[in-house]
Design a protein around this ligand. Structure first.
Ligand SMILES: COc1ccccc1NC(=O)N[C@H](C(=O)N(CC(=O)NO)CC1CCCC1)C(C)(C)C
Ligand SMILES: [Zn+2]
Length: 184
């Protein structure tokens, strides 16, 4: 079971690496690891398990965050329209995106960052992602708003990018150009 001790924190070089593609078909070990990442998110959203193991309630987790430099990520959350997104994905790729940007007015945090880093994180408002899911199926996801934000945050981790890399250091709360504000 993944708990907070398994989650690497900023400063660990693995968070700044470009993670490796997963050879298809994924090995049993890779499938097990991705399944455990998804289970962490579900556990972290179960009040009793979350309390018992002092988990941070996570909506997404990328393999480098547990020290595995492979292109695998898990998400588990419901968006503003109560649509459930629950996936373990191998080799996710943004194949197209909107020109329009979006950002969370609350800013972002990260399971690997034990401090507040205030500021807007501009991201694409809409993205289309292609990947292979835990069952080995090719998936194509058209995402917008909070869902688009979560997936971009996780894919950034596969490229060694942290959310605060996107914050304007001179004016963290400057309204990003051509962007819509998301209150979640
Ligand atoms: C159940 O919890 C929620 C319900 C509704 C809205 C938000 C949340 N939770 C989160 O946004 N949780 C954040 C999160 O999991 N991440 C994931 C992460 O660090 N991945 O590497 C950070 C988010 C910031 C924007 C997108 C992901 C943390 C860093 C605050 C734990
Ligand atoms: Zn993160």
């Amino acid at each position: 079971m993944i708990t907070m001790k398994d989650i690497v924190r900023e400063g660990n070089p693995v968070l700044r690496e470009v993670a490796d593609e997963v050879e298809m078909p994924p090995s049993e070990e890779e499938k097990e690891t991705l399944g455990e990442m998804l289970q962490y998110l579900k556990n972290s959203q179960d009040e009793q398990i979350c309390d018992r193991y002092s988990l941070r309630p996570g909506v997404g987790l990328a393999a480098p965050q547990i020290g595995v430099s492979k292109r695998m990520l898990a998400v588990h959350f419901t968006d503003f329209n109560d649509k459930l997104y629950s996936y373990g994905l191998f080799n996710p790729k943004i194949v197209s995106h909107s020109v329009e940007k979006a950002y969370l007015t609350s800013g972002e945090g990260c399971l690997s960052v034990d401090r507040e880093v205030p500021g807007y994180v501009p991201r694409y408002a809409r993205v289309t992602i292609k990947a292979v899911d835990l069952e080995g199926n090719e998936v194509k996801l058209r995402l917008r708003d909070f869902a688009a934000i979560v997936f971009q945050h996780e894919i950034d981790h596969l490229n060694g990018v942290m959310f605060y890399d996107h914050i304007d250091p001179d004016n963290p709360f400057k309204e990003p150009e051509n962007a819509k504000a998301l209150d979640h």
